[in-house]
Structures are given as C-alpha cells and as structure tokens.
Design a protein around this ligand. Structure first.
Ligand code: GLU
Length: 523
C-alpha cells in the first residue's frame, strides 16, 4: 500500500520567519495537499542559546495569515500541541518537550558501534581548533584524529563508565566511516555522491543540557512522525550525507523519507542571498508580519505594507517554481493542483520587489467593489465618514487601476471627498497665466453645468466644441490648457481620472464651488 504523504515544516524559533522560510512552509503545504496528505508543524527548539521569545508565535501567526493551515502540531487556537490526541498523535510537537525520547536513540547508536562518547571539553576543542588554524588547517573531529582524542574509543571501558557517572562533560558523536561513497537522491537536484571521509563526527547528544542536537532530534522525529518527504532549504544539503548515514545506522533505511532541498532566494541584483536585513536596506518587506526587535526596531512587513496574503502567497509560490504554463495568478487551490517538485528550480530565485507589487495590484483589481469599499474604509477611517458605500464604490472604480495597494487609494482620490486645500505651484504657473484663459475657464465651468444630459459622453463631446468656439482659431492647445486648469481647480494638482468623471461624481454644486474658490485664491 502507498504510504500516506506526510511532510513537515520544522522551524527553529530563533527569530521572525523570513519570506524564504514562508516559502519552504508553503511548498510543504502545497505538496501535502496535492498528494492528499498531512502537513505538520514541529518546533525545533533544542538549541536553547538561540531561542528567541515570541518567535514561535510569530511563525504560527505568519502561516495563518498566509492561509497555510497545519493538519497536525498546532491546534485551532494557534497553540503548539503538547498532549497527544487522535488529531495530534505525535504530540508533543516541541522538541524541548520531547526531551525524554532522544537519549535512548543516542545510546542505541553507541551500542551498535555507530557512535561513541566523547569527553573532550570545550576548552580542549578550542585549543585544538586554534592549533590547527595556526598551521593553516581546519580542525575536524573524525576518523583521522578520533583515535588520539579522549573518547570511548580510546579510554578503557571502566574509565568511560566512571566519566559518564561523575559529571564530566560528555557528548555522543557519530562515528562517521572512512572513505565510503554515500549515494543520495534529491527530488529537485537528482543523484548526489559524497565521500564520507569529508564528513565530521557530528555531536548528536550533549550531556551538558541533556538535549539532542538538531541532527539527532530531526532524524528521530521525522522517523517517529512518519514523515515521507523532507522539503527544506538548501542550507541543509551539506547535512544530507550525515542524515543518510543516520537512517542507515538506525536500520531505518528502507523507510527513510525522500529529500528535496530548495534553492535560496536571491537579492534583487541576483548577487547573493536575500538576507533579513535587505528589506530595510533596499526598501521592501522580507518578513510576512511586523516584528519588533529587542532594541525596539520594527521591521517592515508584507501585511503592514498592505499586501493581500493571497498576493504574497501567489508571488512566493512562483519564486522558485513554475507551472510550465504562462499562468501567473493562482488561488491556493490552483497552486495545490499545479504544484510539483520537479518544476522547482535548482538555481537561486531572484526576488523582484516590483513584481511583488504587481501581484498585489492584480489582486486589488479582482476585488469586488463592495470588498474594496470595506477595505478602503478600514484604512481611510474618518475621511470617508458621511459618504455612502455607493459613492465610495464609484470612486474606487475610477481609481483602482492606478494603485498597487488599498493604502494608496486615498492619495489618488482624496479630492472626491474634500476640496483641495492648496494648489500645486508648478501647475498653477503652467496653466493659470494666460489672460484669456482667466476669463474663459470660469465661463466654461458655467457652461459645463448646463450640458444635458449630464453624462460623460455628452460632456466629452460638448466641452471641445465650446472651447473651440471661445478661443482663437489657431490656438490648438486651448482645450488641453483649459482642461488642465479645471483639473487644477478641482483636484489641486495635475493627476486624477478623467475630468468628466470627477465632475459628475462630485456634482455641479461642489464643482462650481471649487472653481469659484480657486479663482478667488489664485487671483
Ligand atoms: N530546524 C531546521 C531549520 O530551522 C529544520 C531543518 C529541516 O527541515 O530539516 O531550518
């Protein structure tokens, strides 16, 4: 029988999740759903020195905002599950709460000869590292030197037993075989081979805090949680030979998960990895949600910048994966349907902040008018008070194509809700200095209010006729100039949708009032 697909996102709560991490979670989620399987969250918090308060909640909140909902590991209230239940049979899902599980696995490896106890102190190791550095070499603890170091391979058993009892610092290290070819397979990169001689005897367990290291806990948990595919960042590829050897040493080779390592996200320049600091440095968000650092700095984020989570997810999905078609806009369900690991790129994916905005713009265009009105009200607050949904909706329709974000709507439409408080000096100088125009424009405004029917089509037909009959025959710029002056009077600047649209929406009274005001102020 085919095994049920089970994948996991296994973040370490060492800080806010960067968009690369969200992408890893997303690809896991899409893969699980595509294959009708489960998506789990597991918190890998065995390195207490790197623990950051609030990071776990941040990670879970971020996934929730994105619509990446775990099947297992986190309950409906967003809490990491500690007590097993039919829905969460592998609880606890925080490694720090699974402490009791790992030691026996470390010991099993010592008993079967795949690992050993090492008694070198931090100071010993530091000294050896420095000695090596002074000779221009790098210290690696492995087959070359383990026979001359202080460990259970070199000490008599009685001494080992004594040291394990008497509070000595000790660790369990993997006994990496010498000169074996490790043959691995990656679902994205294909076959990979590494000679085991270059792999070091990694620490699997530390007596100092009674905790496993990442490598041991990760392998044991993936096994116990029946994980079928491990989809994670490329930074873990160097650990893959060790992980293969660990599965073999435990006798789990036949049931070990398959692996896929995702390439890095690159800076917009394409040079180097997109880092957590790039957002603030280069002026775009790299974090899904706002994060307030220990020093009080607030990072820029997709949510606070005004992105729709659907647009963010859509953009992320295509950052390193392509559907093999021209389609760019995908709902989550469409992504699930289309996703496959063999279309994930091997090379780094360059992040394009302009394209990110483009995605948001596409989603903004797709909003229904009533949704857009509600969103606009949320960001514009008091400014829209007293205006009906119908009116705000018409404004949204006129300006929605001019913005990327809902929070840009006000800047493009404030003149529909309030008369301009000032007039752009450059436009004034350009359009309000011709003596003839000064008498013609107010008359044009009066004329406009007499046009029947008062529709866009009729205005666009009658205004040019009127201007032509009120200007010199060779003055071909009169229409443009007069329209720009009117725009200046009602908008305060030279931007905005068509004049006819604005006049019809604000109404004749307001229109005439603004013209009168402007003429008075600019005289
Ligand atoms: N805890 C690791 C991380 O934060 C997970 C690596 C893995 O998925 O195996 O990246």
């Amino acid at each position: 029988m085919e095994k049920r697909t089970r994948v996991r996102f296994a973040p370490s709560p060492t800080g806010p999740l960067h968009m690369g991490g969200v992408r890893t979670a997303l690809y896991n989620y899409l893969y699980a759903k595509k294959h009708g399987g489960d998506f789990l969250i597991r918190i890998e918090d065995t390195d207490s020195r790197r623990f950051v308060p609030g990071a776990e909640k941040y990670i879970i909140d971020s996934l929730k905002w994105c619509g990446i909902i775990p099947d297992e590991g986190v309950d409906e209230n967003g809490n990491v599950v500690s007590v097993p239940s039919p829905k969460h049979p592998h609880a606890p899902y925080r490694q720090s709460e699974r402490k009791g599980i790992y030691r026996k696995y470390a010991e099993q490896l010592v008993e079967t000869g795949h690992a050993y106890y090492a008694f070198d102190t931090e100071e010993d190791l530091d000294r050896m590292r420095k000695e090596c550095e002074s000779r221009g070499e790098t210290f690696i603890y492995n087959w070359q030197n383990r026979a001359s170091l202080v460990n259970s391979l070199t000490l008599p058993p009685s001494e080992v037993a004594k040291r394990l009892q008497d509070g000595h610092e000790w660790t369990v290290r993997f006994k990496c075989p010498e000169n074996r070819t490790i043959r691995m397979h990656d679902l994205i990169r294909g076959d990979i081979e590494v000679n085991s001689s270059i792999v070091d005897d990694k620490v699997l367990w530390k007596a100092s805090d009674g905790l496993p290291t990442y490598h041991l806990a990760n392998i044991v948990d993936d096994h116990l949680m029946d994980i079928t595919e491990v989809i994670r960042g490329e930074e873990w590829l160097p650990s893959l030979p060790l992980h293969y050897m660990l599965y073999e040493a435990f006798g789990w080779k036949e049931v070990q998960p398959r692996f896929a390592h995702l390439s890095l996200l690159l800076k917009p320049s394409g040079k180097g990895k997109l880092s957590k600091r790039d957002g603030d440095k280069l002026g775009f968000p790299v974090f899904p949600l706002k994060w307030i650092g220990e020093d009080g700095t607030v990072t820029r984020s997709y949510r606070e910048d005004g992105y729709y989570p659907e647009a963010f997810v859509n953009m992320l999905a295509l950052l390193g994966w392509n559907p093999g078609t021209e389609q760019e806009i995908f709902t989550m369900d469409e992504l699930i349907n289309a996703f496959s690991l063999d279309r994930v790129v091997k090379s780094g994916a360059r992040f394009n902040p302009e394209k990110a905005k483009w995605f948001n713009e596409q989603y903004l265009r797709k909003q229904s008018t009533s949704d857009l009105v509600a969103q606009f009200r949320e960001v514009a607050g008091e400014n829209l008070k007293g205006f009906s949904d119908g009116y705000v909706g018409k404004v949204c329709e006129l300006v929605r194509e001019r913005v990327h974000f809902v929070n840009e709507l006000w800047g493009q439409s404030s003149f529909f809700f309030e008369a301009p408080a000032e007039y752009d000096p450059a436009s004034v100088a350009k359009f309000w200095n011709d003596a003839t125009d000064k008498s013609v424009v107010p008359a044009l405004a009066e004329f406009i209010c007499t046009v029947e029917p008062f529709t866009k089509e009729e205005l666009e037909k009658r205004i040019p006729e009127w201007v032509a009959s009120h200007s010199a025959p060779d003055d071909r710029k009169a229409l443009g100039r007069n329209m720009n002056t009117l725009r200046l009077f009602i908008v305060g600047a030279s931007n905005g949708p068509s004049i006819a649209d604005i006049i019809i929406l604000i109404g004749k009274d307001e229109f005439l009032k603004r013209v009168g005001n402007a003429v008075k102020i600019l005289k």
